[in-house]
Design a protein around this ligand. Structure first.
Ligand code: LLP
Length: 437
């Protein structure tokens, strides 16, 4: 089965696994995020198995999708977790994840977050500055704990991602340059409550080639060999190679985990370290769709057709933030979805018309799909936005006081709500008590 088989058209009707999308919406309403549990697990196993030679600790990047039931499904399959806030840590601990499978990244961990993580004995902090290291040391001392850390290196590598999702160039806020890292490692004994365990590198996402990972590891190897003394080298027991592994948003062929592994595993073996990986998008992006109902059709006299739907940029922010392309197609249609989406490209089928699919939010950037050849849809028709499982719901907001959508998990021929739709009442909770009479 390919990724798209878990969301497939049977007799002109979109299914997730063995459930009709239409039936889910009948029950749960629209818009809704719908995830395939078995595809999430398949993707997790694919990346774990591709790197089996170096027995990686896979730490799913919770920012991609932080629903408790998703975390639970992955935890049950053996996954660890990469968190970037006290809130994400709270979620993961709530599900009962073993703390020795939790890594904590982020440039601005507060003292409260550090304390919370130390009290729960997480596996490792990915430290992003000397000031943060000093703070972890101080707090660990006050709690009589040890802070296990990896230094997050900024190797100054252009991973050729979108400008807003690149993290490994020297002008980005992330990580520590090699020279500062070398100083910190030389002086590591000054930090009485810190155990240096390794090096962390995350270059951005999605990264469509293996080159940046290879370059990153080569730089780390050179750094370890040429800069560190024997004691420093001993401290580098783990290398955390971050996330960013791509998946296909448009249907085009892209690298698979085994392709990354072919180039990365030999370097890890040379380094002689244990490896941690932080995939998010690869595991869950294609395992989720956002389904939305068509509210109106509007055709301007000069010819432009707008499909106005009930999902908006507050539900799926990626198109407006990063000009991201998500494939969109009607849930019920006799027109086959093209194998590859080329926005603004050639018209493939006579029955297609050029449309913009837009939401109801009061912003011109509320365009979920621009210049798409699309089958004729009518008010009440459902549309699926594909590859929305990662950075979809987690980046959603209630802008325009729009309740956030529900989330549904499909498993074989059954489905369940894993987050209920917000109500208007939910949206004013936290404010209404302050309303003066
Ligand atoms: N590790 C670290 C330290 C990260 O900062 C990230 C993502 C990951 C792992 C996971 O990357 P992934 O495997 O999911 O690509 N909102 C943007 C993506 C921002 C990614 C932030 N960091 C988007 O929708 O494309």
């Amino acid at each position: 089965m390919t990724s798209f088989d878990f969301f497939e058209y049977r007799d002109n009707e979109l299914f997730c696994e063995d459930v009709k999308i239409k039936d889910i919406v009948k029950d749960a309403g629209s818009p809704a995020y719908i995830y395939s549990k078995n595809l999430i697990l398949k993707n997790y196993r694919e990346i774990r198995d591709a790197f089996a030679d170096v027995s990686p600790l896979i730490c799913f990047s919770v920012k991609a999708n932080s629903n408790l039931s998703v975390i639970k499904a992955l935890a049950d399959a053996g996954s660890g977790f990469d968190v970037v806030s006290g809130g994400e840590l709270y979620r993961v601990l709530k599900v009962g994840v073993s703390p020795d499978k939790i890594v904590f990244a982020g440039v601005g961990k507060t003292s409260e977050e550090i304390k919370y993580a130390l009290e729960n004995d997480i596996f490792m902090f990915n430290v992003e500055s000397p000031a943060e290291l000093a703070n972890i040391d101080r707090i660990a001392g006050s709690l009589d704990k040890r802070g296990r850390i990896a230094l997050r290196i900024n190797p100054d590598i252009d991973a050729k991602t979108h400008d807003k999702t690149t993290t490994g160039k020297k002008e980005n806020k992330f990580g520590i340059d090699f020279e500062s890292a070398s100083q910190l490692i030389k002086n590591i004994d000054d930090y009485n409550n810190i155990d240096l365990k390794g090096i962390h590198v995350h270059l951005g996402s999605p990264i469509y080639s293996t080159g940046p990972y290879v370059q990153g590891l080569e730089k780390v190897y050179k750094f370890v060999q040429e800069t560190l003394d024997e004691k420093g080298k001993e401290g580098i027991e783990y290398v955390n190679i971050g996330g960013g592994y791509c998946m296909s948003y448009t249907g085009e062929e892209v690298k698979r985990p085994r392709d990354y592994a072919a180039d990365i595993v030999p370097l890890i073996k040379i380094l002689g370290c244990k490896v941690v990986m932080e995939p998010g998008r690869f595991i869950i992006a294609n395992a989720g769709i956002l389904v939305t109902n068509t509210t109106y059709i509007k055709i301007a006299t000069w010819g432009k057709k707008f499909v106005i739907c009930d999902a908006a940029m507050n539900d799926l922010a990626r198109p407006s933030l990063y000009d991201a392309v998500h494939r969109a197609w009607p849930v019920n249609t006799d027109v086959p979805m093209p194998k590859v989406e080329h926005p603004g490209g050639e018209k493939g089928d006579d029955r297609l018309e050029l449309v913009d699919i837009v939401g109801p939010v009061c912003e011109s950037s509320d365009v979920l799909a621009e210049k798409r050849w699309f089958p004729d849809v009518k008010e009440g028709d459902l549309i699926a936005f594909f590859s929305a499982g990662a950075y979809g719901f987690t980046m959603s907001s209630s802008y325009n006081t729009r309740p956030r959508t529900c989330e549904i998990l499909v498993d074989g021929d059954s489905f369940s709500t894993i987050r209920r739709r917000e109500t208007y009442e939910d949206l004013i909770t936290g404010e209404k008590e302050f309303l003066s009479a």
